[in-house]
Design a protein around this ligand. Structure first.
Ligand code: MG
Length: 389
């Protein structure tokens, strides 16, 4: 394996206009923000990573502001000048900083990309090298689509019809306590057989158990994260009372969290967002745990641009990812994205994983510049933080 030595790291805070905004139980953001990490090696190889933090501390406590601060002041200096043989060395290099998984993920992802490019392999191949030989990448990910909270059941049905027409075979609906049973009932009345699931984004408590039991009649693939965003214990009390499998998302920040969830019986399915668990090294450990314990696994999304989406597609093409992933085609999110070519939905609700070395898509510099300018123009915070560009 060819090693890399890290020469420069540049941070690009970006704001992207979404084709359709996504409304969840904790609100909606005006545009999609992120911090792109551009890592250059002493051989001139450029690796890209994405910290898909939001403007507000909603899904995660991290924001674009915290990502810029923690990356520029603390994390980037830990990698500059380092020679790295394997991207799985990165978590130990960043270990002196606690927390901030989305920021760490961006740096680790840039190292995965640069190392894969240095060695002429796709990211999917690079990931598979850390797994048993039977875990060869499939070349594609099976995907579904996530639908935000709409003004009415009728409006939701219109979007579902459109998505099914586009070829998506799994529909996920965002719910909240006053927008759940009537929604599921309305959709099931029109579509009794589609693969359907609900995502609550922690909008309920254990006191809602009788209410949540009503979902059992809708033949759902799963209900995602019904209880507290950091909770595992109460989910372990809820799961035995539901027929519907619980899928954990927000609560699982590490392989250790997931071991605890498995031990307590808190979930039967896992939504793995590599950024949420601080990167692909931790993701590979969680992947192995899912395989060992026969836990259905899928890869979630944080509305990543093409940089983050390409890498997640590569991970989602591994055979232990057994359920449809929240990685939709580019036209669902951005027009244009900052990478080329766009991701296109193929037959059987699949998207092909890139095969070129590294992330396998080309970052369009002019579009990155435009997105950085938009971030500066639309600047959503009261205080202007110093950022590294
Ligand atoms: Mg979720």
């Amino acid at each position: 394996m060819q090693s890399i030595t890290v020469k420069h790291i540049r941070l690009h805070p970006i704001a992207m206009t979404l084709v359709e905004r996504l409304r969840t139980s904790f609100g909606e953001e005006p545009f999609k923000a992120a911090v792109l990490v551009e890592l250059e090696t002493d051989n001139g190889i450029v690796g890209w990573g994405e910290s898909s933090a939001e403007i507000n501390p909603g899904y995660s406590y991290e924001t674009v502001g915290t990502a810029l601060h923690v990356l520029s002041e603390f994390l980037v200096p830990l990698l500059l000048g380092k020679t790295i043989n394997d991207a799985t060395e990165v978590p130990a290099l960043l270990d002196s900083v606690r927390g901030h998984p989305l920021a760490k993920h961006a740096l680790e992802a840039a190292v995965w990309d640069a190392l894969a490019k240095a060695n002429g392999v796709s990211l999917a191949e690079a990931f598979a090298r850390h797994l048993p030989p039977e875990h060869k990448p499939k070349g594609y990910a099976t995907v579904g689509v996530s639908i935000g909270i709409q003004p009415s059941v009728e409006a939701t049905l219109v979007i579902i019809e459109k998505r099914l027409g586009q070829g998506y075979e799994r529909i996920k609906l965002k719910i909240k306590p006053d927008w759940d049973v009537q929604l599921a009932a309305g959709v099931r009345a029109k579509y009794p057989d589609i693969k359907m699931m609900l995502d609550a984004n922690s909008a309920y408590t254990l006191a809602d158990v009788e209410h949540l039991k009503q979902f059992d009649e809708f033949n759902l693939l799963m209900i995602e994260q019904p209880l507290g965003y950091n909770d595992i214990y109460e989910h372990s009390k809820l799961q035995p009372q539901l027929k519907t499998p619980i899928c954990l998302d927000e609560s699982i920040h590490s392989a250790n969290d997931f071991r605890l969830a498995l031990d307590l019986g808190a979930c039967r399915i896992l939504n793995l967002k590599p950024a949420r668990v601080s990167g692909y090294t931790e993701s590979l450990e969680i992947y192995r745990l899912c395989v060992e314990n026969n836990i259905p696994l899928w890869i979630g999304g944080l509305l990543e641009t093409g940089v983050g989406r390409a890498a997640n597609l590569a991970f989602a093409s591994l055979p232990g990812v057994t359920l449809p992933c929240d990685i939709s085609a580019t036209d669902r999110y951005y027009n244009p994205d900052i990478t080329e070519p766009p991701f296109v939905l193929g037959e059987h609700s699949r998207i092909a994983a890139p095969t070129a070395p590294g992330i396998g898509v080309e970052v369009q510099r002019a579009r990155v510049d435009t997105a950085v300018q938009r971030w500066r123009t639309e600047y959503p915070y009261r205080t202007m933080y110093n950022v590294v560009l």
